[in-house]
Write a protein that binds this ligand. Structure first.
Ligand code: AMP
Ligand code: ZN
Ligand code: FE
Ligand code: FE
Length: 276
């Protein structure tokens, strides 16, 4: 059974529409897929409809960007209820912060002599959903200012580069609390690629439920490291592809990162407790 608990749609920085993502996942033999867009659930309705039609099991999710003491981390909310009270209002606020940051990045690029059409990027992306650096990266590549997405991040968008704008400071404690309130499990995404292991015990104190050991950015050594850390700390272990569907971006295939069936069952039990 292929259980992939990390993927993105066009509602954040993925390329595919939610229904296209579900079709692609079905074609890749995925049995259970979590859709986990950055800071938004706007893609979930369409994804759930498509999943029902195609007979794929969908776990509604989200990936929240937030801060632990040592720096930025990403926390997956797996098994959330998109209709949970207060969830949409909270995410609308995060969307507004992302939009402010987006315009600030455009402005800084302008000051560096690169004029991008912000409205065109927004129109192409859609009025709703979460805007981020990848959207600007794609425009930089399209405009010939960078040779690839990675080049755009290295030249302009990474910390210390001309277009970098620090994100709104959402605390990990708030992210975890909101995920639990929506009936989801909070799992730290790609801990080996972002964040510091020194923060993990404090995150567990805050209610962190699991670690994403299976991620394309993790070497086999890192994967084993987070699996054993999770076992020691009594945490769940998940895996996912972090698929964005972007041929110019990171090469990862749906189903590449996988979660064990027994873990999915434990995740569901915990979710039910948070929802109850
Ligand atoms: P943001 O949330 O706006 O800060 O954008 C961060 C997102 O950009 C990450 O979650 C990744 O999906 C993507 N990203 C970051 N660095 C790179 C890179 N070098 N190449 C491709 N995508 C990247
Ligand atoms: Zn992304
Ligand atoms: Fe991430
Ligand atoms: Fe992701």
């Amino acid at each position: 059974m292929i259980i992939d608990l990390h993927s993105h749609t066009h509602a954040s920085d993925g390329i595919l529409r939610p229904s296209e993502l579900i079709q692609t996942a079905k074609g890749a033999g995925v049995d259970v897929l979590a859709v986990t867009d950055h800071d938004t659930i706007d893609g979930l309705d369409e994804a759930m409809r498509a999943a029902r039609e195609l007979g794929l099991e969908l776990l509604p999710g989200i990936e929240i960007s937030c801060f632990a003491p040592a720096g930025e981390i990403h926390v997956l909310g797996l098994g959330i209820d998109p209709a949970a009270p207060g969830l949409v209002e909270w995410l609308d606020e995060l969307m507004a912060r992302r939009r402010e940051r987006f315009f600030a990045m455009i402005e800084q690029l302008g000051a560096a002599g690169i004029a991008l059409d912000a409205e065109a990027i927004i129109t192409e992306h859609g009025e709703r959903g979460s805007l981020g650096r990848p959207h600007i990266a794609r425009a930089l590549v399209a405009g010939g200012h960078a040779t690839s997405i990675d080049d755009a991040f290295r030249k302009f968008l990474n910390k210390g580069r001309p277009a970098y704008v620090e994100r709104y400071r959402l605390e990990a404690a708030d992210a975890i609390a909101h995920i639990h309130a929506a009936g989801g499990c909070a799992v730290q995404a790609h801990p080996g690629a972002m964040g510091s292991d020194a923060d993990i015990p404090a995150l567990v104190e805050l209610g962190l439920d699991g670690l994403e050991a299976g991620h394309p950015d993790h070497s086999p050594g890192k994967r084993a490291r987070y699996e054993s850390m999770a076992a020691e700390l009594g945490l769940l272990v998940t895996g996912g592809s972090d698929y964005h569907g972007d041929p110019a971006g990171r090469a990862t295939k749906l189903g590449q990162g996988r979660t064990a069936e027994a873990m999915l069952a434990r995740l569901r039990e915990r979710s039910a407790r948070y929802a109850g």
